[in-house]
Design a protein around this ligand. Structure first.
Ligand code: ZN
Ligand code: ZN
Ligand code: FE
Length: 786
């Protein structure tokens, strides 16, 4: 007997070759009916003998194309309607839009073969793609996902491409960005003054210019890169100077894995990550004899490498037969000047980057959404996303707990992101950058509007940081929504980890970072929470110290050092016995800070662990300033890694940490006490200074400092875990990007029978705040309902 089955398929099912896949599946089973994309995903209606219909759902799940993510299939059985033949139908014009769009995906092996096939019609064509690969999020203007609603709209398919596009048997069937040299986007090459060079083959010319040591600005998938030959010391140096980027590491792209392995150690898991279709920048341990100029990443033990992810990138490395070889590794750093967001429009790139790049390799396919390269690393073979953008966004993440109301969270200030939440799903935006200038702020505004449109989201509730001066807070407060929820920074860090692990508590949360706005108006950043029943209790913290100059001190770790030294030795001259550091600080500046501290002028209290790392880093490294965010703490970690093996036993022991119990009564004007304890590491720091003066190597001291902070974290967490009868300890905040510290903490927690929960797809740093704010808001709404 003939039956009819209507299947409603949800998830990432558009723009990933799903309809052609269903076409094949249905026709191979002799089924009649149709398939179409609509606002909810894919609708499949099939009709045939019962036997041909059984197991269809399982087959859809099991054989779905690689980029697809089926989240649910709902089947309805109906009497036959008399379909004959199988068709792919037009998308109905959407009213309600709820369709996840897939992230941009790296060139697939078939397309790579196409561009290297001398006889093929796409030989060396840099915009080749198919249903399995190519641009997605970065070219979508609107949904449903269809060519007319992408930046490919103006390119009219030629006959050959149209045949592919309409042929269900073809790999490019309904590949929206499908293109070829006859009908698709083209390259052009300009010099810095905007004059187009009459190059017959702009790519060959760009390769030649790179090989000759020039800086070429390359328009890529989600923005512009500044590129030069990574082995050319002069070019690397020039790029740094012109970009006003003193020491922040440059990202690299190599022709293949073998080339990367020449410079870095690559484990099997890292190899897989480098080759994944997300193609992130992966931080890899550099070889001693890495063979690249120091200027790429001064004093770094890790280098950020990625592999080519568009045909254009592949071709940048692969000369045509008979041409000169091109550099096997290129610097590929974001096309921006120091702290601005990456450029993504042609005119903008010309204007902003003409003083940096010698040449511009452009093309006429517009980029609709700015999207940086993602940065990831492995911690003991487990993924840790540091910057989540191209390749990962807008894949959905679990939101735990779920929400009945549509939510928006706007994140913090540094490493800004925003997030949409509905049901049990979250969509987190790409990395937007530090919300310190108008340009990034506009990215936030436009990004929210764009994502709300793409994902048919109309936020009723907006979550934001408690900091009254963040641009994101202002934005949230002015957003036309029914309700605003202020979320404490460190609660958001912990909630992000708990949500990723779908942990309902009770759990202990440790949030260690630089600084974030605390509930008492001071700057927090070394916090211990008890989480249960959807509620956070701030149970412990590091002992606060004074931060001369407030958040400005974050760029100048010597101020933190000064504050600590004066606390430990109130009558001493802090820098007199640390000449290496003292000589970098002007005397009047040091005196001013001393006066500020004495009079408590513009000296907020902070319990930020990052500030302790700043202080100790400044002292041990003799470095007064951070040339980029987190530089001194990062170099302190590397210094500790170099502690000589012979003294490992001495280096391994922690100095004493002291628990102070919360007093019965608060002292007004001092920071609020957590409910249970503070941890003082003053004794440890005094011991560190003493050992430093008696000649213990800095690396050993750096290692013992790490050990001491780890000890403070583990003892604080273990005490609370015991008091609460839980084993789960969530670790959030940027300090946990420190691999050495994280390793010590994880090992020690595990040895005490505790279960560390670590951030994974969501960055531990402030890039994860928006996601955490969603979770905190969802918990709050849930407890109000009950
Ligand atoms: Zn492909
Ligand atoms: Zn064509
Ligand atoms: Fe933070």
């Amino acid at each position: 007997m003939r039956r009819r089955l209507v299947l409603r398929i949800k998830g990432t099912v558009q723009g990933v070759g799903f309809r052609p896949f269903l076409y094949h599946l249905a026709t191979s089973r002799g089924l009649d009916g149709f398939v179409l994309n609509d606002d909810q995903g894919v609708l499949l209606e099939v009709e045939g003998e019962s036997k041909a219909l059984t197991g269809l759902e399982d087959a859809i799940r099991a054989e779905a194309p690689p980029l697809a993510r089926v989240s649910s299939i709902r089947a309805t059985s109906l009497p036959a309607a008399g379909h004959s033949g199988f068709a792919i139908r037009e998308s109905p014009r959407a009213r309600k839009r709820r369709v996840p769009i897939s992230p941009d995906a790296a060139t697939c092996p078939d397309c790579l073969a196409d561009i290297l096939d001398e006889k093929g019609r796409r030989y060396r064509y840099p915009f080749t793609n198919c249903t399995q690969c190519g641009p997605r999020l970065t070219i979508v203007r609107d949904v449903p996902y269809d060519r007319s609603r992408t930046t490919m709209a103006d390119f009219v398919l030629c006959d050959a491409c149209r045949c592919e596009y309409e042929d269900p048997e073809d790999r490019r069937f309904h590949a929206q960005p499908n293109a070829c040299p006859d009908c698709g986007p083209r390259l052009s090459l300009e010099d810095a003054t905007g004059i187009r060079l009459p190059a017959r083959d702009p790519l060959a010319e760009a390769r030649r210019l790179l090989a000759a040591g020039h800086i070429v600005c390359v328009k890529g998938l989600g923005g512009f890169h500044l590129s030069c030959d990574a082995r050319n010391e002069v070019a690397v140096h020039t790029l740094r100077e012109r970009k006003y980027r003193e020491e922040k590491p440059f990202a690299l792209m190599s022709v293949d894995l073998e080339e990367i392995e020449r410079h870095c150690f690559v484990t099997a898991a890292e190899r897989e990550l480098l080759l994944s279709r997300e193609r992130p920048i992966v931080l890899l341990a550099r070889r001693q004899d890495c063979g690249l100029p120091e200027g790429i990443a001064p004093r770094q033990q890790y280098l950020g490498f990625m592999l080519p992810y568009t045909p254009l990138h592949h071709l940048l490395f692969r000369p045509a037969p008979g041409e000169e070889p091109s550099p096997p590794t290129l610097v590929m750093t974001s096309g921006n000047r120091s702290d601005e967001p990456i450029a993504f429009k042609d005119q903008e790139a010309r204007e902003r980057l003409q003083d940096i790049a010698d040449y511009f390799l452009l093309n006429n396919r517009p980029i609709h959404l700015r999207c940086d390269d993602s940065v990831v690393r492995l911690f003991r073979d487990r993924l840790q996303v540091i910057r989540r953008a191209r390749g990962y966004v807008p894949a959905t993440l679990p939101l735990f707990p779920g929400t009945n109301e549509p939510l928006l969270a706007v994140g913090g200030m540094l490493k800004g992101t925003f997030a949409l939440g509905r049901g049990d799903e979250a969509i987190v935006s790409q990395h937007i950058g530090d919300l310190e200038n108008l340009e990034t702020f506009r990215s936030l505004e436009e990004g929210v509007v764009h994502f709300c449109r793409l994902f048919d989201h109309d936020p009723e509730i907006v979550a934001h940081d408690l900091h009254p001066d963040y641009l994101s807070t202002h934005y949230a407060l002015e957003f036309p929504a029914r309700r605003k929820i202020g979320v404490q920074h460190h609660e958001a860090h912990v909630a992000a980890v708990l949500s990723e692990h779908e942990c309902a508590g009770p759990a202990i949360g440790v949030a260690f970072d630089g600084t974030g706005f605390g509930r008492d108006g001071t700057l927090w950043g070394g916090e211990f929470f008890v989480f249960g029943d959807g509620h956070f209790e701030r149970a412990g913290s590091l002992e606060p110290m004074l931060l001369p100059g407030g958040e400005a001190a974050i760029r100048e770790p010597w101020r933190c050092a000064h504050s600590l030294l004066l606390k430990l030795e109130p009558n001493g001259d802090p820098f007199a016995r640390l000449p290496g550091l003292g000589s970098q600080v002007l005397r009047p500046a040091a005196d001013l800070v001393a006066r500020m501290l004495a009079r408590r002028l513009n000296c907020p209290w902070t319990s930020g662990a990052g500030r302790y790392f700043d202080a100790v880093g400044a002292i041990l490294l003799r470095r007064a300033r951070n040339l980029y965010e987190g530089q001194v703490p990062m170099e302190l970690e590397m210094l500790a890694e170099r502690a000589p093996a012979g003294t490992a036993a001495a280096a391994a022991a922690a100095w004493p940490v002291v628990f102070l119990d919360a007093p019965e009564e608060e002292t007004p004007e001092l920071p609020a006490w957590p409910t249970r304890f503070r941890i003082s590491i003053d004794q440890a720091l005094a011991a560190l200074l003493e050992d430093l003066r008696s000649g213990t190597p800095e690396s050993v001291l750096a290692r013992r400092f790490h050990r001491t902070v780890a000890e403070a974290i583990v003892r604080g967490a273990a005490r609370l875990a015991e008091e609460e009868g839980t084993a789960s300890v969530a670790l959030g905040g940027g300090v946990f990007q420190n691999q050495l510290l994280l390793g010590m903490v994880v090992d020690s927690l595990v040895s005490r029978g505790l279960v560390p929960l670590l951030p994974r797809d969501i960055p531990a740093n402030d890039g994860g705040l928006s996601y955490g704010q969603l979770a905190v808001a969802a918990w709050e709404l849930r407890s109000e309902r009950e």
